[in-house]
Design a protein around this ligand. Structure first.
Ligand code: ATP
Length: 635
């Protein structure tokens, strides 16, 4: 029913937080036009909703007006026929109002849901286009909040706030006209006292709202604790650091605070109801008193029915007045919501297809970096004048200390970021001129942090190629050296990998992710080797998987292990965002620079344990053996 409709959900409280006050958006013509542009496609439904609201607001008030007739025509005149007629009319009108109300709420909900459906799709599509920079700099929680609660809020605004303004205004206007027609003095008393009596209720509401806010903050804190400590990594952390007791006490304290606040809020609500009912009963008494006085002493035409109608109408006015007093806050909050959503829509798409993007007819797979400069932040260069060429079919290993810019270099190839200066080319064409889909299809990345989603092995593989056949998957898994593992699973390809692949070991995850990339069949294979130590069997299995790939495809390897480094045709040594050395293992060892230092401190460790006599391999690696020894022949 339209009458007395209070705005619901996040908009039901008529007060703003300090934070909200500080971040009130400027309600400009542009903002309003933009908000209404979402309603535009639903113009007809909107019109229908307006008509329904007007009709049901009017019909809902009509029985109150008919009460006068029931009393004056039926009861006072003792006319049974008139009594029955007005009672039936009243019932019919109420039924009609309710039926219209049902239709209105259906159309309204339908419209609000469709508008949010449009907005969600638009937002999701927009977020998909956002660059890696956006996702690394924004809080994941923020993104999810925009997608979920903010857009839910919009639905509330459309379904409740807009319609509540309308229904309340219509109800008040009709009630006032009806009151003035009956008696102007009583009407004026009504108009004056209703807002006066709603003020104390606002005060009581404010106290309650304060507690509700505090309890909300406490609830957020509790959710934070739960999220942190009951997550896979969180509970592991607390177990391993024996912090269960500490976490329990932290939870218990917040939980205790929460119930105390809830009790206070609930009691403030109790007082609120006492105040509300006391004040609302004063209004009708005043009308009875003044109405009675007028009837008895001054106005012979004023009937019992009229006074009763006025009292009934008065009681119908409290809710709309109260909610209209909150309208400004609701309105500002709605606008803040819209502008928060629009802020996201307005974030420019950093990396998008060039207007005349090229899709080459043939592909070779040559990659070149030409004087590439890049920084995540404008004032800090991470790559400084990086140049190298990787010819199709060859491979390059990028080595360097942690944080030197290795991963950054490979991020520029599939355009996860765009260069700040210079250019990256694919088959001689600037990657920024190539069709983004085409480019990314050519590049297969096995990253350090393998990301598998919670599904079966089959689903994870098919993410690379939805139409991959069983045979193709088997072949890829065999090449990635993980077929035996899959076969050993009772469910085979249908085995679940767990949340983010947590049911698999680091090595298994990486091999599965190699299989996924193989199914994608990219022209360029990029392998960001895990820095974290894998056991030697896992390492060997990965090595066996990637060696043939390196031999057969253009490959870029961010390498931490000697075996991977040696598999590449050329080694690029990166330090502090520059390529400081390049060449083959032996040459670089002889240079005695960064590479040799890395070799001595990192690469050689795993390979050459406590050997007293230098092995053949060691002699080769250190350059004391003839250089014509081919790398492939190494043990
Ligand atoms: P590692 O071997 O440890 O993976 P790396 O050589 O691959 O290191 P990069 O990941 O390329 O190093 O990082 C190079 C520099 O850029 C580092 O100083 C790092 O802090 C910074 N950096 C990396 N990613 C971002 C990002 N998304 N935003 C801002 N700075 C970043």
């Amino acid at each position: 029913m339209a009458q007395g409709r209070g705005p619901g959900g996040p908009f039901s409280r008529g007060f703003m937080t300090e934070e909200e006050k500080a971040s009130q958006p400027k309600v400009t013509k542009e903002l309003l036009a933009r908000v209404f542009s979402y309603l535009k496609p639903y113009g007809k439904s909107l019109l229908l909703v307006l008509v329904c609201i007007a009709a049901s607001s009017f019909l809902t008030l009509l029985p109150s007006i008919l009460t006068g007739r029931i009393i004056d025509e039926g009861l006072v005149k003792r006319d049974l026929a008139a009594l029955v007629r007005y009672i039936l009319l009243s019932l019919a009108v109420t039924l009609g109002a309710n039926l219209i109300g049902v239709a209105e709420s259906y159309i309204n909900t339908w419209m609000a849901q469709h508008i949010t459906y449009d907005m969600r799709n638009q937002m999701y599509g927009h977020l998909q286009k956002m660059s890696q920079r956006f996702f690394t700099t924004s809080h994941q929680g923020d993104v999810i909040t925009r997608m979920t609660s903010d857009i839910d809020g919009v639905q509330q605004v459309i379904a409740n706030t807009f319609t509540s303004i309308l229904s309340n205004v219509i109800t008040l206007v009709i009630a006032m006209i009806a009151m003035f027609r009956k008696n102007w003095i009583l009407a004026i008393i009504g108009i004056v006292i209703v807002p006066l009596f709603t003020l104390p209720t606002r005060r009581a509401g404010k106290t309650r709202w304060k507690y509700a806010n505090e309890s909300q903050a406490c609830n957020d804190e509790i959710n934070g604790i739960l999220n942190e400590t009951l997550s896979v990594s969180g509970q592991l952390l607390s177990k391993l650091f024996v912090r269960e007791k500490y976490e329990y006490e932290r939870y218990e304290e917040a939980n205790g605070r929460m119930i105390r606040l809830n009790i206070r809020e609930s009691m403030a609500g109790r007082w609120f109801r006492v105040i509300l009912s006391t004040f609302t009963s004063i209004g009708p008494m005043l009308i009875y008193f003044v109405g009675g006085l007028l009837m008895i002493r001054y106005d012979q035409n004023l009937t019992i029915g009229d006074v009763t109608v006025l009292v009934t109408l008065l009681s119908r006015m409290y809710m709309p007045v109260n909610s209209l007093l909150n309208i400004q806050v609701d309105w500002m909050r709605s606008m803040a919501l819209f502008s928060r959503i629009f802020d996201y829509f307005d974030i420019p798409v950093e990396i998008e297809n060039a207007p005349d993007a090229i899709i080459p007819e043939s592909v070779e797979g040559n990659i070149a970096f030409e004087h590439v400069q890049f920084g995540y932040e404008p004032d800090r260069l991470v790559l400084k004048d990086v140049s190298f060429t990787l010819r199709a079919g060859h491979s390059v290993a990028i080595v360097g200390p942690s944080g030197s810019g290795k991963s950054t270099m490979i991020n520029l190839i599939p355009r996860l970021y765009d260069v700040g200066g210079g250019r990256v080319t694919f088959d001689g064409v600037d990657v920024r001129s190539l069709d983004l889909g085409f480019l990314r299809q050519q590049v297969g990345v096995v990253s350090q942090e393998t990301y598998l989603f919670n599904g079966t092995i089959r689903e994870n593989l098919r993410y690379a190629r939805p139409d991959a056949t069983e045979d193709e998957m088997e072949e890829a898994l065999k090449k990635a050296n993980i077929w035996d593992f899959v076969q050993a699973q009772p469910e085979g390809l249908d085995a679940m990998v767990g949340n983010r692949g947590l049911k698999l070991s680091g090595g298994e995850k990486q091999r599965l992710s190699i299989a996924r990339v193989l199914l994608k069949n990219p022209t360029i294979f990029i392998f960001d080797e895990a820095t974290s130590a894998l056991d030697s069997i896992s390492e060997q299995k990965i090595q066996e998987a990637i060696d043939p790939i390196i031999q057969s495809r253009t490959s870029i390897l961010i390498a931490h292990r000697l075996s991977t480094i040696l598999a590449a045709d050329e080694i690029l040594v990166v330090r502090d965002g520059r390529i400081v050395e390049r060449g083959q293992h032996r040459e670089l060892i002889n240079v005695g620079g960064v590479y040799r230092e890395l070799y001595e401190t990192q690469f050689s460790k795993a390979l050459l344990p406590e050997e007293d006599n230098p092995s053949e391999l060691e002699q080769y690696l250190w350059g004391t053996q003839p250089a014509d020894e081919p790398i492939e022949d190494l043990p």
